[in-house]
Design a protein. Sequence first.
Lengths: 78, 961
Amino acid sequence: MLTRPQPDVSNEDLTDYLFFRENADGPQREWWNHNMGCRKWFIAVRNTHTNEVIETSWPPDIQSSAIQSNDDGKSDGE
Amino acid sequence: MGNKGTGERLPRSEHELIDRDAVIDFEFEGRRFSAHQGDTVGSAVTAVGIDILSRSFKYHRPRGMLCAAGNCPNCLMTVDGIPNVRSCTMQVQPGMKVKRQNAWPSVDFDFGSVLDRMDRVLPVGFYYKAFHKPKFLWDIMRPIVRRIAGLGRIDILSDGGPRYSHRNMQADVAVIGGGPAGMAAAIEAADVGQDVVLIDDQQVLGGHLLSDTARYAGIEGVGDGTGQEIADSLRGRVEAQSGIRVLSGASAFGYYQDNLVGVRQGFESIQLRADRVVMATGAFEVPFQFENNDRPGVMLASGALRMARLYGVPPGERAVVVTDNDAGYSSALNLLDAGIEVAAVVDLRSGAGASDVGDAVRDAGIEVLTGCRLVSASGTKRVSRLKVVAADSSTRVLKCDLVCMAGVPQPANGLLLQQPGVVVEYDEQLRESVPARLPDTVFTAGDINGFHDLGIVLGQGVAAGRKAAGVAYDGSSQLSALESEYRDGLRHRDSYSSGSAKKEFVCFCEDVSTKDIGVAIREGFGDIQTLKRYTTSTMGPCQGKMCHKAFVEATAIHTGGTIAATGATTARPPAQGVPLGALAGPGHMPLKRTPLDEIHRAAGAEMVELGPWLRAHDYGSPQDEALTVRERVGIIDVSTLGKLDVRGADAGKLLDKVYTHRFSNLREGRIRYGLLCGENGAIMDDGTVTRLSEDHYFVSTTTGNVDAIEDWFNWWLEGTGMDVFVTNVTSSYGAINVAGPRARETLSKLTDVDLSSDAFGYMRSFSGTVAGVPCIFLRIGFVGETGWELHFPSEYAEHLWKALMEAGAEYGIGPFGLEAQRILRLEKGHIIVSQDTDAVTDPLDAGMRWAVRFDKPDFIGRAGLAANRKRESEEKLVGFVMRGDLVPEDGQPIVENGIPIGRVTSSRLSPTLKKGFGLGWVPEKLAEEGVEILIRIGDKDWPAVVATEPIYDPEGVRLRS
């Protein structure tokens, strides 16, 4: 889960956003879609090492409280 | 050789699997052979004296029955055109056609056997070293080596046999292995209410007990009796127990994450998902190391006993049993009881040679030699002698035609090890690799755990069944006591063979000898992972079942390490060979047909698959169909277009966010072209957006992409709180495009809507009826003529089509298909996403800067496009027209000085220009009207001229009239 770049973003930051990922070893928050069923989007926290799904939830409100990004813990509103 | 009937069999026994009163005929290498019902191909041919079942991979050495259980490569034959079938487990069917493999002119007399004498020039890894200097030598040898390699041959003219059907199954508990442990576990779990599936690869449940005539007494939970009787009793209880589905003759080849098991049963491929799995796959004997240990007649003791006990086939006449554990003595008695003469038991352990069972063997008149070392087997087509060195260092040559190798069984953990989280470790006391850590939902029971005692096996089965069912098991302490007692009673060999004989085989599948292992280690491949790949040991059909133990031992000895430190090779699916046909998807894929499908077929259309849809490609002549549209009027079925209904107060806001263009300011009744980009600015999809009312839009996408676009829209909506609903109406609406100079006249006959160009201009939309059918009219022009795209409830499609055809008859109307549409749109320079664009094409390069509104606050892809705008475009998408008569194919390269500098994306013959033309990517410097470029067709370069304007009606006059 990442935050979208602002229009004046630098090339480095844009490249990071488009192509580089943290590749975390451990719990990671991810977007999932129930493709073969109801087609709704939801959030899952999955441990990338053991593939265990720790928690699932509906997507958060972007307007309301902060969204944590998994790597640096910074909160971002929009 | 005339038909020998079913051969000389041993006396009838109650527990054999064959029906002596039923005889089946089959064909073996062109000759008529007979078998009993229940025989396998292997047992049937062995019964009539066929000793050599195949020739080995590299040296073409004769190979005979070894394991008789599907765990080795020796018996692979071609059955009914299918190569590499394990004849020892393949049941004979009437009329089956069988032949042996890997030999010429015949397996009995194979010219390839000369390779056996050429081992000096064919050492391990020879294809890396030999025949490479001078270099041209390898170009000659490579095809020869390739030709000789391999076992069976595929008949490419055959139809490949029946299709596999596919099935999904679910269970609470899956038990893999139908021997005593598996049966006990299944019974236990089902008894406490679990839904159990029991998978076994043999014809009949029972595992190794099926050929076990030893007497057992005092085992908790079963009555006294022979192994065979105990198997009968357990089988009866499985059948009587409700809640157990038994899959016999089913091979579990893959064990995937979250307890997904891949199973092949006959011609059915099964995916089984279980909450918990009990792995009770047992253990198997493996060959000993000595020279010529691969001779026909040298078998596993269990293999010899299976032949004798299950099929009544004498595995030989005079046997020597070689063993390094007490069970070998029981096997010797079993063989004797079956009617085979046992000359001697050769015990590789020093000392007195077993206690009670040892005495029984001696009492039966069988000589027992202890403290022996195996030297060699001799005999040309079959073993005739076994040479051993006894404890007193004297050499004994034992006359025999059957050597039964009764080594300590090795756990069959190849399937278990595929599951993530399983850890298997070498147990020094047991001298076997056994499970050390298992995931919560995986349990093991029986010989796989390294305890080869029926009492322990059954106890573990019960324990595993209860634990898998989630209920308490209170026999743990008794079981542990039995296991400790077992460990204390073990007596192993002092040392392993430090073989270096060149025909002492470790890997039977790949003809790798202990000498080869030594050589490879000296060459530097001291790690078991690289050693395996270099020598190819464990990489053959048996996947290490027969050779992994010897491989690890040889490696440990030659590197001076311990077995535990040497490690093990990695187990990967499939554990057992599985045909690609079983893995290929279901034979039928759902195809979507448009509501006009039957009309197209009736009109003689050539149908073609476009993604999941079946569409009309043409009705006989795409060129004529295109001209019909240009000169008169044509209709095309475009029902497959993706259609999304987007409505809500914020609908415009959503569209502004995901498209590059602005749509919130689109007036009611207007249409605008829409381009969707990814965050990197690359084009994802295109289509049209029509504003039907204040908060209601009708969006079209390319055929086949609508599901992805729907997900894309919904994803960007998440968390925004926007008032928008996106509904996929692709199947609800049929769509027909009516286009051509006479389109207005045709359509006017069927509708009250004013179609004049003043009232209904280009890129406008109205609602009305056509032939009584409610339609949304979109005046757009993909093909470049006056035309309307009609969207209507799909049930009315046929009625509408017929009405149009009738109305347009006087103007010369005709249907046009996908191909004609492609030609027409190409003449107008209209792109098709993913045909003319690729994964990185952005609107700027594709000449669609006009579709991008940088003055919007934000939209998906804005940052990427803004960055792209700053840099120079390297390539541009332009049109071209050929100078000559040739028409390039899509994808042909555009060249300069023989080097590709661009490519043609779409190319056709223009019915209006009568020349080849199309679209392609060229370097920026060449992207100007009139510039000459060269296109490679075949092996020559052909000239063309760049055209930056569409070749047909560039001003769009016809479109707007």
